[in-house]
Design a protein around this ligand. Structure first.
Ligand SMILES: NC(=O)c1ccc[n+]([C@@H]2O[C@H](COP(=O)([O-])OP(=O)(O)OC[C@H]3O[C@@H](n4cnc5c(N)ncnc54)[C@H](O)[C@@H]3O)[C@@H](O)[C@H]2O)c1
Length: 477
């Protein structure tokens, strides 16, 4: 039996939730129409010439003594962020929202005993709007399924809130442009929560790049290679949202974890920009068979047999204005060791994080021995790690990087500093998702990468990693 996507929409209960016609899931109702208009619109919007209303790169919003936060999406990722934020001084957790009341309650339990008394919102797919409408919230922190990120961030900014949104920030080019235009119009930050930019090896290579260790950077590589096929097929996941994307879109669906740190090392949007990219996907050798195997045991899975599953391995190559290259990989269904690669290759040296442990080389003769790497780690330890690295490890969140990210976000807002990741980064790093789909569907032809900065990339300043300003947000351990 071959399913089309219209059946799938019904079977997953999405239509029943009243989301299909409400702008939550643009285009999913009719696959072939969606695909046609999606590809046409992707091509058109890839060539869009943008005239900035206001440059959000380097933008510093007025200082906030206390950052008052509302969280939307309290499944797996959201509650951990609530807990981490509760460890920061000058933060007030004012509101918690999840469609499912029990998730909002569970998140509340995680901060029991703290000074925070958030109001809970749940039970309706648009309850989150009430949270955004409040006038005592500064930052809306979004950890919902992908298709809700951009609509929620746009609405939050329109209601005068800064938005911090999980990865990817957007899943169509239209959404990428909406984020950029709304952030410029409202002068509200829209930060994508790309936590890998705050992992320890990545931060070290950023500092090394700044200090010229790599010479001129020629090439970077990043990836999301993470086998979580049981999670993709899990019935427990809300509305099986990850599965739906994997069964209906074919490209690099999760580009930002590998791309973000490489872009920061290359000062992308701040001295260089992406020009064009090509993308190729393998066929599916895993998910279709998995659906058949599961269906033999459990009739629930029969509906998923014969779905148009995404190719398991996607490889995307990007050329930049300065003539540099970036290679990205995406594979979440093969039995491989976790990797984000994080390769930085320059005229004087190279570094590569995965397979762990991270390594550095200064010639073709081999990676430097561990004692030399240790010395480099000491020499190039970035200021943020010196100041709060150990505390971040104690609080945790992917080994501490999640807490470094949250601390830095709050510290920038409190001190009126530009954020490390602005709306142009969110749009650029996320746009690889739809652009790769277009390229894969068009025999891996090249497609332009839009300049979301409207030309300001030529003068935008690199992210400040000195901590010369701010750095004074206290931590409650
Ligand atoms: N940066 C990272 O390392 C990392 C790790 C895991 C997940 N993520 C991202 O976090 C996001 C959430 O992932 P997850 O694993 O927590 O998913 P999840 O399905 O566990 O949680 C999503 C939650 O959103 C809620 N939700 C759905 N519709 C809603 C609505 N209309 N209003 C309010 N709440 C609604 C669901 O009830 C669910 O509890 C995803 O974007 C994912 O990519 C990032």
């Amino acid at each position: 039996m071959k399913n089309n996507r219209r059946d799938f929409l019904k079977l997953t209960g999405l239509a029943g939730l009243g989301l299909s016609g409400s702008g939550f899931m643009p285009g999913y109702e009719d696959a072939s129409d969606r695909e046609k208009s999606f590809f046409r619109s992707t091509l058109k919007l890839s060539k869009k010439k943008h005239r900035q209303k206001f440059n959000m790169s380097g933008f510093a919003a007025p200082k906030l003594d206390t950052v008052r936060i509302g969280f939307i999406g309290l499944g797996n990722r959201g509650p951990a962020a609530v807990k981490r934020m509760s460890k920061l001084q000058n933060v007030e957790i004012r509101a918690l929202c999840d469609l499912r009341p029990e998730k909002a309650e569970e998140a509340l339990e995680r901060i029991e005993g703290s000074a925070h008394r958030p109001e809970l919102y749940s039970g309706h797919p648009e309850a989150w709007k009430k949270l955004c409408d409040r006038d005592d919230i500064d930052l809306v922190y979004i950890a919902t399924p992908w298709e809700l990120h951009a609509p929620m961030a746009v609405y939050a900014m329109e209601q005068g809130k800064h938005a911090a949104v999980e990865v990817p920030a957007a899943i169509t080019l239209e959404e990428c442009w909406q984020l950029v235009e709304t952030s410029e119009k409202t002068r509200k930050h829209c930060m994508m929560l790309e936590n890998t930019c705050y992992d320890f090896f990545e931060l070290m290579t950023l500092n090394m790049a700044r200090q010229g260790f790599f010479g001129e950077i020629i090439h970077g590589e990043g990836a999301y290679i993470h086998d979580f096929i049981p999670g993709i097929f899990s019935k427990e996941k809300w509305n099986m949202w990850r599965f739906r994307h994997n069964a209906s879109r074919n490209g690099n669906l999760y580009p930002t974890h590998g791309l973000g740190p490489v872009c920061q090392v290359m000062d992308m949007n701040r001295g260089d920009k992406m020009e064009f990219m090509v993308s190729v996907s393998s066929n599916d050798f895993v998910m279709g068979d998995m659906a058949k195997d599961l269906a033999r045991e459990d009739s629930f899975y029969e509906q998923f047999v014969g779905m148009p599953y995404r190719g398991n391995m996607n490889v995307t190559t990007i050329k930049t204005h300065k003539g540099r290259t970036i290679m990205l990989q995406h594979d979440v269904t093969s039995p491989r060791v976790y990797s984000r690669i994080h390769l930085v290759s320059g005229t004087k040296a190279a570094a590569m994080k995965y397979p762990l442990p991270g390594r550095v080389a200064t010639s073709h003769e081999g990676w430097l021995p561990p004692e030399e790497i240790k010395k480099l780690e000491e020499q190039f330890q970035p200021e943020i790690v010196k100041r709060i690295g150990e505390m971040a490890k104690q609080v945790g969140g992917h080994g501490g990087m999640d807490f470094l990210m949250d601390w830095r976000l709050v510290d920038c807002l409190r001190n009126g500093l530009p954020l490390d990741q602005d709306v142009y980064d969110a749009a650029l790093w996320s746009c690889i998702f739809p652009l790769s789909e277009w390229s894969v569907a068009n025999r891996s032809n090249s497609i332009d990468v839009p300049d979301f900065t409207g030309g300001s990339w030529q003068n935008n300043l690199p992210v400040d990693i000195s901590l010369d300003k701010g750095g004074n947000t206290g931590i409650l351990l």
